[in-house]
Design a protein around this ligand. Sequence first.
Ligand SMILES: [Zn+2]
Length: 439
Amino acid sequence: MSCRKVICGFLTLLLFLSLFKSPTAFAMPQKAGVFKDYKRVAAVKYDTLSAQNMINNISDTNTNWTVKCRTYVSLRVKPAFKAKTILRIKSGEQVSLISFKGRFAKVSYEKGGKIYTGYILGIYMVLPDERSYKAELETVKPVFLYSYEQMLSDLETLSKKYPERLSICSVGRSEEGRELVLAVMGNPKAENKILIHAAIHAREYITTTLVMAQMDYMLSHENLLYSGTDISIGRLLDCTCFCILPMVNPDGVNIVQSRILPQMFKDKYSQKIASLWKANAKGIDLNANFDADWEDYAFHAANERGPYRYKGEAPECAAESKALADYMRKNKFSLTLSYHTTGSVIYSAYGDNTKINAKGRELAELICQQSGFNLNTQTKGSTAGFKDWAIEKCSTPSLTIEFATYKNPIDIQEFSNIWYRGRDIPIISAMWLLQSNNK
Ligand SMILES: [Zn+2]
């Protein structure tokens, strides 16, 4: 594989050139998930996939979480910012998780011998260290500034560790010349092909950490069985090709993490905007740069290049969106997943293709049941995004998944919550495709 050789050399060079920051402490979930310990699960004949056998992750729980915030959080009667407050819970206290609902978590809290039930913002919930994601990951270390260089290093480690399961390549270069790295995981010849991309929006780079962690988890837990079935993760890897672009906008991520603006914007914008940068290095919002009613892109749209919401002079005029669209056109994908951060919601539809929208909704409902994300099935709304284009122009079921609450960039504290709710999404998606084929 000449492509692989070239990339390996390039990765090695980058490794030498890169200064790695030592990982800061991170917390994570050892939960009962969709997959249970191989030894503890009796093999059950696979028949039909039901929502019921996929929601163990949340329904099994009733786990204790620690509230971590500046002083206290409000326990509210409903999952809404304006809902009435029942009482305040101090930082460091324990709550028991009942379920997630959008940005909120339904919890019970004991005080003075009385149990109160209500909703708190999920961002303030942290699993204790001993049950954290740390126990489930071998290679990827989630840290706040998970960088492009760290991603390359982890991809190289994973591809050496699992050469039969993972290969790396490139689909093009960013505006500043960084390779747009593609990881092909599972069976490259499989009919079921899932495209996953992350960090198309710069400040949402925690989605890179998430997809890298998901790869690490799947590759290192091949023997785990899907709840209620005899299908292992290994079997899903045998019958699925995961094509993963963990960082579509590496230049933008570099702006956010280094807090240095590109030269062309230094006179125009305050340095402070760097940490909120969403666009690529040329000031184009890549997720507004696709050919799906691009002319109509208007919601909060910017008129010129800058940190966010400028759609470009034409669809795919940015190197990164063009590379992603070209790659999509060259392949026949069964499904695409776009990883974003804001809102704990899944967008599953776009335009008039009712058949494709119905398929996307079916999968999104399964994921929402397991994760507690809200579901948005509106076919109109924001335009010119990758998901919109993939549904409308490529007739491919496509979801935009917003994993976190609302502040960007996402603090690493929230990774505990993101992992807990999102760990199994590629697995559920592969299982859903397998089941769809057997219908
Ligand atoms: Zn986004």
